[in-house]
Design a binder for this molecule. Sequence first.
Ligand code: GDP
Length: 315
Amino acid sequence: MPAKIAPAALVRRVRRGEHAAASRALSIVVNDEKDSEVLAKEFFKSSGCAQKVGVCGPPGAGKSTLSGRLIGYYRSKKLKVGVLMVDPSSSISGGAFLGDRLRVMEHAVDPGVFIRSLASRGMIGGLTYAIFGAIHVLETLGCDKILIETVGTGQDEVDIASVADTILYVTTPSMGDEIQAMKAGAMEVGDIFVVNKADLAGKDKAVADLKAALGLGHCAGQAERPWEPPVLATSARAGEGVPELAKELDGHWKHLRASGEGRARLKRQHATELQFWIQRRAIKSALDRVTDEILEDMVLRKTDPASIGRKLLKV
Ligand code: GDP
């Protein structure tokens, strides 16, 4: 792919499903290079069709292994899959931490799978805004499913629930005791829960504990919940429980589209994306105007952060 390619041509190539073009476009959008805004506008127009699945859970639960299995399942159904691996705690870009995510990387040469890591700590509003940009490129590429996996310790920084349509929470039998201590947030945002490593002892107890913690099962007279989060057991290593999980993911996608909840979530995603765009641009344009003269005035106490900050932000 030549370094310089007209934005319109690049968009056309991505729409045609060319991975090299998507890779180039992604770099431009994520790194906020020249033409990134022109491209992002075009990609946004083609977005909104894929099911974005956020894969969350403690490190070592088997998220990557399970994602690899899900990709295999979707490919057997001829679906196109995008994978975004998000590590906001890392400033390493490119394949550095992708290297050990071998389960997913098995699929890297499949033309029906597009995998990209995002790691850009330190950019102002960079990663958070970049996730949306990356998602829109993958949707334009024709991905039916986009798996967004957080790796490392980044969960806090990227609120995956404001990016994804469906949240898949992965835990294991040995983490049974942790269920009580599980972040309340995870229990609230999870749409589908998986006890992975079902081949290990304690699977049934872990499933039961999780169901109890979620308050599943209705009391008489209690209103039907619009979506009751299912709790499944999988053994990602052996590939067991994966078709059942895919079925639940499809079920949730259908529920989102039929109930209006899908539109509500899409609006929340757009609100977050807009917020990040504004933060990135406003902060950058204000910081670009900080001069040594301003700093001198601050040293001499002729001005203060609030006064000059307001002036720079024009608020
Ligand atoms: P992640 O950090 O959540 O992405 O977890 P990984 O997918 O990297 O898996 C962590 C470890 O658990 C690896 O050694 C996997 O081989 C192992 N693992 C994943 N799934 C299973 C499973 O179903 N059963 C068992 N026994 N081990 C598993």
